[in-house]
Design a protein around this ligand. Sequence first.
Ligand code: IPD
Length: 282
Amino acid sequence: MANLQGNTSSTVHQEYLSAAVEIARKAGEEIRTTFQLKKTIEIKSSPVDLVTETDQKVEKLIISFLQNKFPDHSFIGEESTEAGSHCELTDNPTWIIDPVDGTTNFVHCFPFVAVSIGLSINKENSVGVIYNPILDEMFTAIKGGGAFCNDKPISCSKQEDICKCLAIAEVGSSRDKAHVKTKLGNIAAVIDRGAHGLRSLGSAALNMCQVARGGGDVYFEHGIHCWDMAAGAVIVTEAGGTVIDPKGGPLDLMKRNVIAASSQQLAETISSCLTHIEFPRD
Ligand code: IPD
């Protein structure tokens, strides 16, 4: 059970959070069991965009559990979308699920993989659960109720100065030459502006959790999907940070780009360093 201490949100939100935590733990057991085994791998949008049987199995497990509890809710899942399900965000409560965020890490037994479950209500990121079953870290947040890791409150660093920040970024899974060049150029630009260093965990969800717990100060990526960032957006915001569209303005979950930062000032400074890439909407 997630600790809801200090949480001022409604009982119904707490019910949603408890359900997401329960199924994230079950999904985590499956991931842990298969983590060290040899995986059967298929490729998706590019030769480095991978999927395993575990991704597909875990997504079915999560969706059937939540559908059973909340039959009127809608669902967006990474693997269901890949299999042809319609990916549409409406005002209806919508669970946005990445069964294994960090699939490449999972394939390589690099211990940064996460179950990511976000709930959007009226298009507002309302509940976020991110569970790393290998390190047994459960990050949770309800809008208005603070952010937690293993039931302990977490908060962003509040860092505003790019010259004192630890930045997190990813190259992602597109191998389009122009995209890769721009992304590497963006990393170079942030380092040139004086950032203390650059990290890359290989999981958007866990990158956002590092910002939320004050381990990193800012994370930026172009080309991710709504399921990579839905849960993390609530957790970062509730930890006192900010999530924005890299071009400025509020985060658009379906627009495939994100800056998650410990402060608005740092988010804006990072934004000014970046060359932006547009992707087709989710
Ligand atoms: C990926 C990870 C990675 C990010 C990619 C995502 P997946 O998600 O979050 O860190 O760079 O853009 O696609 O495919 O492992 O669920």
